[in-house]
Design a protein around this ligand. Structure first.
Ligand code: ZN
Length: 173
């Protein structure tokens, strides 16, 4: 029995939450700790990066300027827990990276050498095949000639009467 284990995205990485102070507009993006009311600061907006944020009664961050509890930012809402943001084609295939001209050229060189090798193998195989065909045709020719010669001798024997039974009135031509 095969059991596929699906790990919810929320377990792999807790969803980030963004809070904004309605008074001064400073913001903070946090990731809640698994236990307790603590949180880790991911980024700070509108305040120095090393700003420390207090924790309110609800476990939400407090404004460092003393404006009280900050509110969840409705505009920059993060994905729902368990929802995996879809990857774009550019992310999947590295299309966002600058084109690697040197790597592409070296790959072309490598492929050219490979094609050349296969061409020489095909050429050698062609010569070998021609030699094998010649051997086959020579043998077939020898067989054909031998068969015809033996048939000729057999028919000649049939036409030739045995010497002791040869009637005198039937001379050899
Ligand atoms: Zn504030």
């Amino acid at each position: 029995m095969t059991t596929a284990t699906v790990i919810p995205a929320a377990v792999l990485a807790p969803p980030a939450e963004r809070f904004v102070c309605q008074e001064c507009g400073c913001g903070v993006t946090i990731e809640r700790m698994t236990r307790g009311a603590a949180f880790a600061i991911i980024s700070v907006q509108g305040a120095p990066d090393d700003t420390s944020f207090g924790i309110g009664a609800s476990g939400d961050p407090l404004c460092p300027e003393g404006h009280g509890g900050m509110l969840p930012d409705p505009v920059d809402g993060e994905a729902d827990p368990g929802e995996v943001p879809p990857l774009s084609q550019a992310e999947l295939f590295d299309l966002a990276q600058p084109f690697n001209f040197e790597g592409a050229y070296l790959e072309l060189e490598r492929l050219t050498v490979t094609v050349d090798e296969f061409a020489r193998i095909a050429e050698a195989d062609k010569k070998q095949a021609a030699a094998a065909r010649k051997t086959w045709e020579d043998a077939a020719t020898r067989l054909h000639k031998a068969t015809l010669e033996l048939r000729r001798r057999r028919l000649a024997k049939l036409r030739q009467p045995a010497p002791e039974e040869a009637p005198p009135e039937a001379p050899e031509d």
